[in-house]
Ligand binder design. Sequence first.
Ligand SMILES: NC(=O)c1ccc[n+]([C@@H]2O[C@H](COP(=O)([O-])OP(=O)(O)OC[C@H]3O[C@@H](n4cnc5c(N)ncnc54)[C@H](OP(=O)(O)O)[C@@H]3O)[C@@H](O)[C@H]2O)c1
Length: 315
Amino acid sequence: MKTKNHQNAVGRREFLKTSAKIATSAVFLSFGGFSLMGAVFPSQNENAIPTILLNNGIKMPMLGFGTNTLNGATCKRCVAEAISVGYRLIDTANIYGNEEFVGAGIKQSGINRDELFITSKLWVDDYGYENAKKGFETSLNKLGVEYLDLYLLHRPRGDVKGAWKALEELHLEGKIRAIGVSNFEPNQFDELMTYAKIKPVINQIETHVFCQQDNSYGFLKKSEVQMEAWSPFAAGRNNIFTNQTLADIGKKYSKSVAQVCLRWHFQRGVIAIPRSSQKIHMIENLNIFDFELDETDMKTIRQLDLNTTQFPEWG
Ligand SMILES: NC(=O)c1ccc[n+]([C@@H]2O[C@H](COP(=O)([O-])OP(=O)(O)OC[C@H]3O[C@@H](n4cnc5c(N)ncnc54)[C@H](OP(=O)(O)O)[C@@H]3O)[C@@H](O)[C@H]2O)c1
């Protein structure tokens, strides 16, 4: 006799397969030539995070929790705390070496799996068709989940073509709800599109006030691919948290520099995944949906762009 859990698991797999098929055949949602991709859905609950529609028809939170450099018990605590204060999007990667602790934090939180939006990334050592499939299974097992919401190629290196084919198949099998890339320049994205059967939903790239990525921003908008900002605070570099311009803007609204930064990402329509090891910062970073930067603020922040990476060592 089949158990209830087994029946639930089968039901979920069928649901995921069906939604993957619908999403893939849609490529992007379009009604009478008008695409809804990028539409932002405010949350009913004022403390919850708005979602945005991706080009395959699924919704993703506009603000999430980053986990790079968090490890061991600290990682587990931070992920559980982040979920407890309201984060639903959790970003990890195989190369962070923390997927099992992220998984442990999720388990500790006690939240239902389907309320979360979990992202992981395939590292370049696992590229190529066969290795990518194995790499994905490893991540899934470490996280202790049955499927991922989003899986990204971490960097454009090596056998990207084979790796992308593997991701496309995993998506169609219902094991990943959406697939995308990270750190792809427009020309690298265009190259992938010469053989891709499924368009990436996301490009996750370094983006913060000192590196505003105007070129990719315009390219991704035109391509109907959602931009996601990694290191939305430049990981604290260039003294971002004591920047006088950002502090002055924040003063007008009784908001901190961190909140001004995250609100700027949100108003540009860019998903941000700030990391914090402190609950008080996690809460502060969520508290950005009750004010609006005006046009002058947005113009002033534009002037902070140095148009260059703050992480030259990762080049
Ligand atoms: N795809 C890629 O190649 C890639 C590369 C890098 C990062 N990422 C992703 O992006 C996520 C975010 O980037 P990141 O981790 O590099 O750095 P980040 O989010 O830009 O900055 C994190 C730093 O900001 C501090 N902070 C957070 N909230 C604060 C607040 N309200 N006030 C003052 N300080 C605050 C944190 O310190 P406290 O802990 O003290 O709060 C931490 O030192 C990563 O965790 C990872 O998931 C992806």
